[in-house]
Design a protein around this ligand. Sequence first.
Ligand code: 13P
Length: 278
Amino acid sequence: MRGRRKSAGREPAATGSGSSGRTPLISGNWKMNHNHFEAIQTIQKLAYALNRDDYRHTDVSVHPPFTDLRSVQTVLQADDIPIALGAQDCHTADSGAFTGEVSAAMLAKLDVTYVIVGHSERRALFGESDELVNAKARAVLRHGMVPIVCVGETVDQRRAGQAHDVVAGQLAGSLDGLDAAVVGTLVVAYEPVWAIGTGETATPADAQDMCAHVRSQAADRWGSDAASALRIQYGGSVKPSNAPDLMEQPDIDGALVGGASLAAADFSRIVNYRLYAA
Ligand code: 13P
């Protein structure tokens, strides 16, 4: 029954990517929200809302603003909470005269596991190119972390029938020159720009179609082993109510959640999408 958690102790069904061997990754991108006091409260509420069992089949990450990372890291470590710490961006260089920037080296020191690169807001508002996203992904990898590489078309590109080509181009450019063995360890987030923060979600079929396209493009370039290991998230107005249907799709291995990740009650229900499946 959607919307109501099924009884405790029930073994969650293996749905969607559960049968692919890929562990789903549910990530909360807090964007420029929550100061460090609010961040501590949110992570504590989230830890309280999730049981140890909830992490058995699903990896979970939160991506607070840079100013919150140390506070959230401290809470996660002190209470031994199995939520991975994530960042929203980084610079390509390890250090230097780049006023206002934060390096991947600094994030690694804070025990960050995942770093989002190439989010559509950075591409659109800060002019980030595929080349820059590629350099950022390499910086993240150089420091032993996992990039979450974002791709996605605008509404105009979709209407013009260019969505598949745009996404294929972003994927090729953002991952250009990486070895197949490395590509298999990455996360790609498909986030159609028109679905971000709008309440308009891609249908599960449309999201699946593009995530399958990403996987087949990856297979063409890096081989089927890399492509079948690659985790592909969907992002764009993911909510507790639509997460189960999205996560049921065979090529969707997780969600990159914006607005609904800010409240622990909603985000914990998305993490537990299996318990709310139809
Ligand atoms: P919303 O979930 O608020 O649409 O944001 C999606 C997103 O951009 C996550 O990175």
